[in-house]
Ligand binder design. Structure first.
Ligand SMILES: [Zn+2]
Length: 113
């Protein structure tokens, strides 16, 4: 797995989160995950490839903090695309269970809390 983090969220936290999600899905691929700032969470992925692009709001955009649940749903969905699956055989991403991510938090870079 390779993480290219272009946001102000802590890279090690993002790495840990992505790894947890990839392990849960059980993907054998060496994913390349690029994370870029955006006003809402979304993603896209190469079908049958390794590249995943995830868009997430920066820490200062909303008071809510990093949405681990929604990020988990999107990344799992994009991993399936990398594994060659199309929407016709996939679950609605909003129905993906992310209970296993409870307790994981993402900090802002440079904030030691
Ligand atoms: Zn999709």
């Amino acid at each position: 797995m390779k993480i290219i983090n272009k946001t102000k969220w802590e890279t090690n936290d993002i790495k840990r989160l992505c790894k947890t999600i990839i392990n849960k899905v059980g993907s054998p691929k060496n994913h390349i995950i690029e994370i870029v700032p955006n006003w809402y969470y979304t993603g896209c992925a190469k079908l049958n490839g390794k590249y995943i692009n995830l868009k997430v709001p920066e820490p200062n955009y909303f008071k809510k903090g990093f949405d681990v649940d929604f990020f988990g749903k999107i990344l799992e969905h994009e991993i399936y695309h990398n594994m060659g699956l199309n929407h016709d055989v996939m679950l609605n991403p909003l129905k993906i269970n992310t209970d296993y991510l409870k307790g994981i938090t993402i900090k802002q870079k440079g904030l030691n809390v």
